[in-house]
Ligand binder design. Sequence first.
Ligand code: ADP
Ligand code: MG
Length: 432
Amino acid sequence: MRADSTASGTPGSAATAANGSWPEDAVLTRPTLRAPRHRGPPGPHRSAGQDTERPEAVAPITVRLDADTHRNGGSLSKTIVTPEKTGGGSDAATGRTAPVKIAFVGKGGSGKTTLSSLFVRHLGAAQLPVLAVDADINQHLAVALGFSEEKAAAIPPLGGNLGLIKDYLRGTNPRIGSADEMVKTTPPGRGSRLLRLDEDNPVYDACRRPVGSCCSGMRIMATGPFQEGDLGVACYHSKVGAVELLLNHLVDDRDEYIVVDMTAGSDAFASGLFTRFDMTFLVAEPTRKGVSVYRQYRDYARDWGVALAVVGNKVQGPDDLAFLREHVGADLLTWVGQSEFVREVEKGRTPDFAALEPDNTAALERMREAVDATFANRDWARYTEQMVEFHVKNAHSWANARAGVDLTAQVDPEFVLGPAALEAEGAATPRG
Ligand SMILES: Nc1ncnc2c1ncn2[C@@H]1O[C@H](COP(=O)(O)OP(=O)(O)O)[C@@H](O)[C@H]1O
Ligand SMILES: [Mg+2]
């Protein structure tokens, strides 16, 4: 168990122990099962030398944004051109929109929670439905979203509801004999219950809470804190496993967002969770440690086709920006400066979100554009393949031994997660 792995290099160390839910799995090393998918060539930068100019947005993989912020009298204007065909992640072929799954990763203290919360509020301010998920060891997202400490602590943790989650998701899938046989990578198959973001179900009833007013469209779920009692018994991976299970069973067909505040550094690679996102924002301060986490993440991202974009944080001037550009290059999507608004929130005050500095609002909008642009890369078949791959790997490395059965038999070769699966499920089991 590593509470906060920020060192560069390959994350190491295998499982140690088990608890009632599931044991820590072996930390996965660089995968070898598949041919790596490399990103396309980086897009062009804008010329350097202008202190606060934001770089031409270069989205990962092959997506490149058309939008740009504009210099306007020395400060960034708020005018952002939304890229065509990408707004809200709408699918031109089907006319449907899709949820976008977004992870915030980075070194502890870099600003993952802060930027997650600002991004959630930015989407919320645009009246977009958004589910915030706190999957960090240090659970601060709810407070950053305006919960009191007491209210935050009262959010029922996903980690404490694993039995319910497994039982619900298992549904009538004949390949999963019991909830006990369900591990965090167990993929859905025919008979499994699939989730939509905007619905009522027992898991949401138990663990999902509204942020702000009930009608804000913002909601939160939390894995639960890593407690003293867990030390030496379980790893935090056992708790974030609930998030992996949920994402692997989630299908949506509307304009929605899921924002996951992830655990720091390389802990994210302990499972397949890091491959479950449409976009991963790596929050990097302009420091050597900040960029070393980036390098490490970039290598994993490249091998697994993970869309990665760096968001600089606490950028205070031209030198900070030059440092990030030097070390992050084309992956630097945008950056957030030292924020008075954030400081106010830190002091327990509740400034109106509209009071966020315009440059920082512009950065959030650019992030949203990057997120929406990833929709073109949505590939349910590949998403399903990856979850199966991680499951097979898990089964062989520890899960079969623990369960006493061959968990690879849980894989339903005919099943592909996606809208069609949701329709088939709905036909078999009409929802109320
Ligand atoms: N842009 C910012 N402006 C001012 N303070 C910031 C900013 N980003 C983060 N902080 C502060 O830095 C500290 C660490 O941020 P946090 O989001 O908790 O990091 P992480 O979640 O990565 O551990 C917090 O006190 C937060 O308020
Ligand atoms: Mg945090």
